[in-house]
Ligand binder design. Structure first.
Ligand SMILES: Cc1cc2nc3c(=O)[nH]c(=O)nc-3n(C[C@H](O)[C@H](O)[C@H](O)COP(=O)(O)OP(=O)(O)OC[C@H]3O[C@@H](n4cnc5c(N)ncnc54)[C@H](O)[C@@H]3O)c2cc1C
Length: 393
């Protein structure tokens, strides 16, 4: 049984079917949601898509973002990182850049042969030597051989399994995502405006006629992520009062309709172990690297693939879970290393800090140092260990 049909869940299901197993995926949302933001697929993630025969379909379903442009207080370009222009082929905007919801849908469609149950979730579970008994919130219970938690960063089933929250490595800021109406000035660039107070404003194109917006701000933890949307919008209005560029437009859009707002604290998930008995964790629930790494989706894709391969290779689940962890840890350790300057220099609070930051991105965008700085918002996991084969080739 797999809990969660985001990215890791359906990939795991698809490969388990290929290895002759029969997974059931339970997703709490009543149907696949269309909200969400642009995500990048890089390195090992791209390799998994290639092995699934999906790389070209994902490319064709991309948002069409042409690169990242930093702008100053007057909206002038400070520095530009065009897509596919770094030496590794993947700068801040990856070559495979797609709406998370669209990728999730493609992956669910690929998991033919798996059973999907939407609109339900685990109420409680109990494991013994022979299996896992799962009681569902919607009523009824079933016994499974194994249970895999793919519920994303705030997974509650994971917390129940380990008896506590994981260690969250807090990166010191909040991020708020929303979808706003596109206007005539919105182009195909990811527009990034940084201002004092550790605040930044982002606009990114999508391929469905709207614009994806992000507001980031440095703050001590206040529990804002647990408040209701109305209060979150009020706090965003306070924090971004007087900020220029696209901030007023985003705030207006949020006041008019906050249904797409998703606000969270940026934190990495760090767990000493990814399994306990017959239950394991995969994707963000196990090792969220944060959007700052640009590697969360790729780790979720690779984690699903590697875990399925390990389970397909042996009937001994303990051996399979150990193998999964051994194979995945190096990728996770690499992706969770923070790019230079993150989070301190990349979220400047003072005028001087903003000037230093803009000078730094300008230097980073210059041809000679572009190769060395492609990790500014991305990871170089491409150069790390290689994915195991599991009879794929
Ligand atoms: C705005 C944004 C931008 C991002 N940008 C990038 C990027 O550029 N590059 C990148 O690699 N990554 C990026 N990420 C991260 C990426 O989206 C995640 O790392 C990735 O989606 C993790 O996949 P997952 O399957 O582990 O978890 P998720 O995609 O979070 O899926 C978890 C699923 O589990 C379901 N669920 C949760 N709890 C339960 C429950 N109790 N019972 C049943 N179902 C449950 C949820 O509804 C959800 O469908 C970004 C994330 C966000 C939010």
């Amino acid at each position: 049984m797999i809990s969660g049909a985001g990215i890791a869940g359906p990939v795991l299901a698809r490969w388990l079917v290929r290895h002759g197993l029969s997974p059931t995926v339970v997703e709490r949302a009543p149907r696949l949601r269309d909200s969400g933001q642009n995500v990048d697929v890089r390195g090992i993630g791209r390799e998994v898509l290639r092995r699934m025969g999906l790389e070209e379909r994902v490319r064709a379903a991309g948002t069409g973002e042409v690169g990242l442009r930093f702008v100053d207080d007057r909206g002038r370009s400070v520095a530009e990182f065009p897509v596919g222009d770094s030496v590794s082929g993947d700068g801040p905007t990856a070559e495979l850049e797609i709406l998370r919801s669209r990728l999730s849908r493609l992956l669910v469609d690929e998991a033919d042969g798996a059973e999907f149950v939407f609109g339900d979730r685990i109420e409680s579970f109990e494991q013994d030597d022979g299996g896992v008994d799962v009681a569902f919130a919607g009523g009824g219970s079933r016994r499974f051989d194994l249970m895999i938690i793919a519920e994303g960063i705030r997974s509650t089933t994971r917390n129940t399994l380990f008896g506590a929250e994981p260690r969250y490595r807090d990166l010191g800021f909040y991020t708020a995502y929303c979808t706003i109406p596109r206007n005539a000035d919105d182009d195909r660039w990811w527009r990034w405006y940084t201002t004092v107070g550790g605040r930044s404003v982002h606009l990114r194109p999508d391929d469905v006629g709207s614009t994806r917006a992000t507001l980031n701000f440095v703050s001590a933890p206040t529990g804002l992520e647990y408040r209701d949307r109305g209060e979150q919008v009020r706090v965003l209005q306070d924090v971004f009062a007087g900020v220029g560029d696209a901030a007023p437009r985003i705030l207006d859009a949020l006041v008019a309709d906050s249904s797409s707002l998703y606000l969270d604290r940026i934190a990495q998930v760090q767990l000493p172990s990814w399994s306990k008995g017959r239950v394991a964790v995969v994707g963000d629930a196990a090792y969220c690297a944060t959007p700052v790494s640009g590697m969360g989706t790729s780790l979720a894709l690779a984690g699903g693939y590697v875990l399925a391969g390990a389970l397909g290779a042996t009937a001994d689940h303990a051996e399979a879970f150990a193998s999964y962890e051994r194979q995945m840890r190096p990728f996770v350790d690499e992706a969770q290393k923070l790019p230079p300057g993150v989070p301190r220099i990349a979220n400047p609070t003072s005028r001087l800090g903003v000037r230093v930051y803009r000078t730094a991105v300008k230097a980073a965008a210059s041809a000679p140092v572009r190769a060395a700085t492609s990790r500014l918002t991305s990871s170089s996991t491409d150069r790390g260990p290689v994915l195991p084969n599991y009879g794929y080739l």
